[in-house]
Unconditional design. Structure first.
Length: 614
């Protein structure tokens, strides 16, 4: 196991890191934060602030994940902890997408909070924007490659991109820490990057795999606890780390921690990142208390350093309309009717046919295949009501509004075979009848760029505040952090579910045995599916049935062989994992499931047995 020495700063035997929330601005119980700070003497607060989950708009349009008020609410207690207790605060992927505008936005909020409280603190900012010129030169030099199963980047893709950021590694954070700031606001970064940097900076000796594995779990906050929570504490030593959720009624278990590496990942055992692949196939998970787990044993397979580039652009403007259809005669011919309406609208606006890349009109039938579209496994029988969602894309908002207006009127008053309800077909829930949804965006770059100097990103240092409030010279405890357990914790060794269902005399299905059945994005171009079990008996029973195989995946999600990117059983987490190519690019026009969280229906319907009589 590789051990790396501290670069600068004091050498400590261990560090305690607290993460309040999976994403900055999502909120957290303040008492749990202070419990970690005051009862467990945390040394640093580290929190991720971004993701591609929300689609390309955040990057292309400089939108932030949450509002200014939500950032202020989350940051105010953290800044109090930094000033009164001497903690460090490290933030990565500021604002969501992490461009300069997002870093400066958080910088403004943090500066205002510091000044309001009359504190004085040292702040550093890290900028990770990348120019088109740099990307084009790297592309010319053959130093850019696809990140996953997507096409090679082309010069025209770069030219049409509105914004590009690099998902940097730990090195820029390590560079910033050498100047001993109190707060670091980082641009787009690999999620574990600030965790790795802080450990390498503070600990006299720490294995890079230990810091990486810890950061990979901690960046999601208390999601690895049962029930999943917000605030979590990691105690990191040279070759292991311990996890403890700060909510007294939650616990980490060996299984819950091992299972977390499935979340949003293509596969759970090999986690690619800047400079290598984290291999956790031989990692060890040990229950060290009723609520805490110790983790060790990860290794790194070294690779040349490459940072992921993310690019996005605006492609036009959207207008939408929504209403209900209760007429079963119309519902039974809805596909034919909406095609007819599309044709009539295209007569009014011929660009829908002559330029379909830029001008589009799409329908979604909520109550009839709206979420999974052509992948829907359920036959839409006995549908008595649907919600019809019309979505228009055009180069200008005015044109999008006009096309949507024409299409909505066609839906409202169009004729269909067998019609008896001649006053109108469409129940509009309110006004305005069409809603201008603003710019529509798409991802244009999701590629790896070779990097010679991973620290070579701008870092600015400055002092904020007038120092009129004196900084405490020793820790003070001023918050109510009563941490009494008030509920019974989930059992560490539950009874196998198969014992009940196998002899229950009734048909049983995958969700009857599994504790988790879910789908989720794994980046903008992949959907990943996780099935996790609570006991080895349930896991082995389903595994031996061999029903979660390639044929099942092909049939369920119409995935060809090369579209199945991972299909495996993972014993450390008692889990089955499958990752496939997305049927449509995440966040693009016509998106049906932005976060990919509703694509697991075939798993919920998988029948495992008939149930033997008692």
């Amino acid at each position: 196991m590789q051990v790396e020495s501290v670069s600068q700063g004091s050498a400590w035997d261990e560090v305690r890191i607290i993460t309040p929330s999976p994403i900055l601005g999502y909120g957290y119980p303040e008492e749990d934060l202070w419990r970690g700070v005051e009862e467990f003497n945390a040394d640093a607060i580290i929190v991720d602030a971004g993701s591609t989950d929300g689609g390309p708009d955040d990057l292309a349009l400089n939108h932030t994940v949450v509002s200014k008020e939500m950032y202020e609410r989350d940051l105010a207690p953290m800044i109090d902890a930094v000033y009164t207790r001497g903690l460090k605060l490290l933030i990565s992927s500021a604002g969501g997408a992490g461009p300069k505008a997002h870093v400066d936005f958080l910088k403004e909020i943090i500066t205002d909070l510091i000044n309001r409280k009359k504190y004085t603190l040292k702040v550093a900012t890290i900028y990770t924007d990348v120019s088109k010129e740099t990307v084009l030169q790297k592309l010319k030099d053959g130093k850019i490659s696809p990140c996953g199963e997507i096409p090679q980047l082309k010069a025209e893709d770069v030219e049409k991109t509105d914004a590009i950021v690099a998902q940097v590694g730990h090195e820029p954070f390590l560079k910033a820490l050498r100047e001993d700031p109190d707060i670091i606001i980082g641009g787009r970064a690999y999620d574990p990057a600030p965790f790795i940097a802080y450990c390498l900076h503070r600990l006299g000796k720490v294995s890079h795999p230990t810091a990486w594995h810890m950061g990979k779990i901690m960046e999601c906050g208390g999601i690895c606890a049962i029930p999943k929570g917000k605030v979590i504490l990691a105690t990191v030593k040279a070759d292991n780390f311990e996890l403890l959720p700060m909510a007294p009624n939650t616990r980490c278990t060996e299984l819950s921690v091992a299972a977390h590496t499935l979340y949003e990942k293509t596969r759970p055992d090999l986690l690619a990142g800047p400079g290598g692949i984290l291999n956790i196939s031989e990692a060890k998970y040990q229950q060290i208390s009723a609520r805490g787990v110790r983790v060790s044993g990860a290794v790194i397979e070294r690779r040349p350093t490459a940072f992921k580039l993310e690019g996005a652009r605006q492609v036009g403007f959207k207008t939408v309309f929504l209403g209900g259809i209760r007429d079963t005669i119309l519902i039974n011919c809805i596909e034919e009717f909406t095609k007819k309406t599309w044709d009539l609208t295209a007569r009014m606006f011929p660009v829908l046919k002559s330029d379909p890349e830029v001008h589009q009109l799409q329908w979604k039938f909520y109550g009839k295949n709206a979420v999974m579209a052509h992948l829907e496994p359920c036959s839409p029988e006995h549908v008595h009501e649907i919600g019809l969602y019309g979505e228009v894309l055009a180069p200008t908002q005015r044109l999008a509004n006009a096309i949507a207006n024409c299409a909505r009127v066609g839906i409202l008053h169009g004729a269909y075979e067998g019609q008896v309800a001649t006053a109108g077909n469409f129940a509009s829930p309110g006004t305005p009848l069409e809603l201008a949804a603003g710019p529509a965006c798409e991802f244009t770059i999701y590629h790896l760029m070779d990097v010679e100097d991973p620290e070579d990103f701008p870092v600015d240092h400055f002092v904020v505040g007038d120092g009129s409030v004196k900084r405490p010279t020793r820790p003070i405890k001023t918050h109510d952090i009563n941490g009494q357990q008030t509920k019974e914790l989930i059992p560490l060794n539950p009874d196998p579910a198969i014992n009940t269902h196998l002899y229950g005399g009734k048909p049983f299905y995958l969700p009857d045995l599994a504790r988790v059945v879910r789908s989720k994005n794994s980046g903008p171009y992949e959907i990943t599916f996780d099935v996790m079990f609570a006991t080895p008996e349930d896991y082995e029973f389903v595994k031996k049935l061999d029903v979660l195989n390639k044929d099942f995946v092909k049939k369920s999600w119409k995935a060809e062989g090369d579209e199945i990117l991972a299909l495996m059983w993972f014993r450390p987490a008692l889990a089955w994992k499958c990752t496939i190519k997305r049927s449509w690019d995440q966040g693009s026009f016509g998106e049906r499931d932005t976060f990919g969280t509703a694509q697991h229906a075939p798993l919920m319907m998988l029948r495992l047995g008939n149930g033997l009589p008692n």
